[in-house]
Design a protein around this ligand. Structure first.
Ligand code: NAG
Ligand code: NAG
Length: 420
């Protein structure tokens, strides 16, 4: 982070890669080095086999007339070749073990089983006019996420990329891209086929002019609460953890013009912000096959299809405001193997920090901490970033599933400091 003065002095251990997996790999490496060394020791000290030490006449050799030195040399070089092969084999094995431990495989474009369209997409394409002076590149290289190579995403990807170019995309499973994104196979490769609208009514319905479209999108409401139209949120606070949009905008004293709502469902936050002339991009996933992105678009708002683990596709320091109702929550993450590890949250927090400008606001809206321990961990993490706590409310609500238990909610408006 260069000159950025994060308060991470006492927390360096958290950033250490000292996991069980890496120590297992190190042990294996050590074992492999020891065996190859023992092998070499054996090769150089062991007595040559009888066939080599017997009379020169039994082994016709071009250098036989010069003396036994050449024979000894060839014995040694044979041993060396054997050692080299042994080392190469253990390196391959080690690589394999490392990949298995990391939990992913690599997508080899040379693999014959890869659909031709995927191979074509991944191929390097030279720029028609040669090297581009500004970017310094000579060819375009397309990429897909490494998780695409992991089972079962690999099979889904092969199905996704098996189609007839320039025709309609296969109709068999319109939710295939969603399934792949949920398995962290993002970015997905581009396809050369004509897409089919998932909900024809949503795309052909006449659009109302803006801003009427915000609350009358003219398409079916996909759900309730944050997954459908909600006219209460941020207008009529339901508890002390609910801040109103107007009070937060007042804190921002006019400097809030563009924002990013992470995991924003049906786009209610962006709609309320649009009414106040603030442009908000809403990241939303198609949950349970509901056409969330089409719904947000029908409202005249900007939907962004983004898996919970993808790096935000924005440049540094671009947003005046980042809002999230549940992105820090384990909600969308366990399916992607992110669970509630501190590091998973750190990856997210650092990316939020990156896209927020100095002086910009981070609005944590009713973040559900499963317990007090989680609340302490999140609080400690946030404090290490040195944000100014403009609002900070911790509340408890009865657990809907277990009335004997209460759940801890954290709501906060935090201001990113200017860092030198
Ligand atoms: C070949 O190596 C052996 C020891 O392995 C040695 O006794 C012998 O003198 C060597 N022969 C020549 C010709 O150098
Ligand atoms: C939004 O912008 C329009 C046009 O500039 C203006 O008439 C309106 O008063 C603004 N609304 C708010 C809430 O600032």
């Amino acid at each position: 982070m260069g000159s950025v003065s994060l308060k991470i002095g006492d927390g360096t251990a958290r950033f250490r890669r000292g996991t069980l997996c890496s120590s297992a790999v190190h042990l294996l490496m050590l074992a492999s080095v020891i065996t190859t060394n023992l092998f070499a020791l054996y090769a150089f000290t062991a007595a040559p086999p009888p066939s080599f030490s017997s009379a020169p006449s039994t082994v016709p050799h071009p250098g036989a007339g010069v003396g036994g030195g050449h024979r000894n040399l060839s014995v040694i070089s044979e041993h060396v070749a054997l050692i080299v092969r042994e080392i190469e084999a253990s390196e391959r094995r080690l690589h394999q073990i490392e990949r298995e431990l990391a939990g992913y495989d690599t997508l080899d474009p040379a693999k014959p089983s890869l659909p031709p369209e995927l191979r074509l997409f991944l191929a390097r394409h030279r720029l028609p006019l040669g090297r581009d002076a500004r970017s310094g590149i000579t060819e375009m290289v397309a990429s897909v996420a490494h998780s695409c190579a992991r089972s079962p995403a690999a099979d889904l990807l092969a199905r996704y990329m098996s189609y007839k170019p320039a025709a309609h995309c296969p109709a068999d499973d319109p939710s295939l891209p969603q399934k792949l994104i949920a398995k962290a196979c993002e970015p997905l490769p581009r396809r050369r086929c004509l897409s089919r609208p998932t909900a024809p009514a949503a795309t052909t319905a006449p659009r109302l002019p803006f801003p009427q479209s915000l609350w009358s999108p003219g398409v079916k409401n996909p759900g309730a609460g944050m997954y459908g139209l909600d006219k209460q949120m941020w207008i009529t606070p339901g508890g002390k953890n609910d801040f109103s949009i107007d009070e937060v905008l007042a804190i921002g004293s006019g400097g809030i013009r563009i924002g990013f709502d992470i995991g924003g469902g049906a786009g209610n936050f962006a709609a309320r912000m649009a009414e106040r002339n603030v442009t908000v991009v809403t990241s939303t996933l198609e949950i349970g096959g509901k056409p969330m992105n089409e719904f947000v678009a029908a409202r005249g708002l900007f939907p962004l299809l983004l898996s919970p683990t993808q790096r935000f596709p924005f440049y540094d320091s671009v947003f005046d405001l980042v809002h999230t109702l549940n992105a820090l929550d384990e909600g969308g993450a366990p399916a992607l193997g992110q669970a509630s590890r501190t590091e998973a949250l750190e990856f997210l927090m650092f990316d939020i920090d990156r896209v927020l400008r100095a002086g910009g606001l981070l609005w944590l809206d009713n973040y559900l901490c499963t317990d007090d321990e989680r609340k302490r961990m999140v609080t400690k993490l946030i404090e290490r970033f040195g944000y100014k706590k403009l609002k900070w409310v911790v509340g408890e609500k009865a657990d809907a599933r277990n009335t004997a238990k209460t759940q801890v909610y954290l709501s906060a408006v935090l201001q990113k400091p200017a860092r030198g």
